[in-house]
Design a protein. Structure first.
Length: 137
């Protein structure tokens, strides 16, 4: 599915869709090809883009995701600031890897790159932040 961020859908309250893209009619979204795991809608407007991953061990996938999601977060912030759209990003990740010494160090490194509290969360932190997230717009 593809959702135009310039178009308000006929929805009241909070909704979500899985595996979807966002775009706008003038084609200025640099991440329009990215299919997000979840997109949250508030009152018919997409506002929160989510990627999710679970890591049980260290591997090359985490290194790829780390770079991709840090850049994606920056790109979404830049787009939102420039276009006065309110789009936010969160990487929700969990698993035993994050409990290892290397995982904890990687978590801290990524959190420094992603400045907002909701940009990198585990399942427990997501639950604690959901009210903050809903009130972003």
């Amino acid at each position: 599915r593809k959702f135009n961020i310039d178009e308000k859908l006929n929805m009241k309250g909070l909704h979500y869709v899985r595996e979807a893209n966002v775009y706008n009619t003038n084609g200025t979204i640099p991440f329009y090809k990215k299919k997000f795991d979840f997109i949250l809608f508030k009152d018919g407007q997409p506002f929160f883009l989510i990627e999710t991953n679970f890591y049980s061990t260290n591997g090359t996938k985490i290194g790829i995701n780390k770079g991709e999601y840090i850049e994606l977060s920056r790109s979404i912030k830049e787009f939102s600031t420039k276009n006065r759209n309110q789009l936010f990003f969160s990487w929700i990740t969990d698993g035993n890897y994050w409990l290892s010494t290397q995982g904890k160090n990687t978590w801290e490194e990524i959190r420094k790159s992603m400045k907002d509290d909701y940009e990198m969360l585990n399942y427990s932190l997501f639950e604690k932040c959901i009210r903050q997230i809903v009130n972003l717009i």
